[in-house]
Design a binder for this molecule. Sequence first.
Ligand code: NDP
Length: 336
Amino acid sequence: GKVLVTGANGYVAVWVARTLLEQGYTVRGTVRSESKAAHLRKVFASYADKFETVVVDDITKAGAFDEAVKGVDAIEHTASPYHFKAGDPDELIVPAVHGTTRILESALAYGDAVRRIVVTSSTAAIMEPKSGPYTYTELDWNDSAVEAVRTKGRAASQPDKYRASKVLAERAAWEFVEKNKERVSWDLVTLNPPFVYGPALHEVDRPETLNESMHSWFHSVFKNLHEPKQLGVIGGGWIDVRDLAEAHVLAIKRPEAGGERILVASGEWKWQDWINAARSYGVPTSTGDDSYDSATAVHSMRFNTTKASQLLGLKYRSIEQSTRDIVEDFKARKWI
Ligand code: NDP
């Protein structure tokens, strides 16, 4: 089969494209400009006859993906801004929402062969703040981020601007499908991962140009971004980028995943867990908190990933496995 991957030069997308190619698929990747395709052609040189790129310079324009969707059997829509530098929330919301709507519109109009569309959403679209311990499921929606952006506008927090963009984009996707259910020849899957960590395959020449999640990982684990006493306190959920890529492939392969919102997460962490793992590979790290005991760490926010195991049979790498490969990657780049 042939699969369209949007934003193919992104951190997650390059691993999605690679996993598809490894499993025999042909891949068409969209990028915003021709200059962003060069690195991809290098990375996928051994798949020259199975990998192509097309330029979609503005994903928010009507008809943006009309040509790109022709002849593909499935779509992985990953393109969406993920950064904490927005002034007006619309800097994130417009490309997130319109980019998602445009791909669905083009698939409806010209994607005659399309059977499955996977949209990369996020736990950002799920994790509405709670006052006590809580286990999130696919039934949760982060409406409070949307409310924060609606009431505060530019003064909303950077994370809330990003979270609102993910909620609104995912809701737009489900609403589009509901509105057009008599006319579509495909179904929708959304994947909702927490922080994505793991080695980088996309074009990165220095730590400053890492994508948002790995940028924070690098500075937290190696560059003393946090006070040592915060390292056993600050945490979250995560998934290895290669497991997330596998989830994207499984999401197009498994018929029973159609129409489902799927939370994919490996587990919970505190920064000190990553620092301990990095130290076990013998590299100098940020100053740690030696009083931290991972066995007694309190993770008040957890994720229920039953659906991912039932529908996708997804397996996850551990903090140690993932750290080993990130350390190797950063060493090869001479950043550590
Ligand atoms: P990257 O920043 O590495 O990649 C983002 C991709 O989206 C790039 O191809 C980028 O193109 C494209 N893009 C960003 N803004 C626009 C825009 N305004 N118009 C068109 N294209 C745009 O991020 P990730 O790989 O980390 O993220 C990929 C997806 O995964 C996103 O949907 C993100 O929300 C989601 N996600 C990521 C998580 C993480 O921890 N990394 C966690 C949960 C979800 P260009 O290079 O040209 O800017």
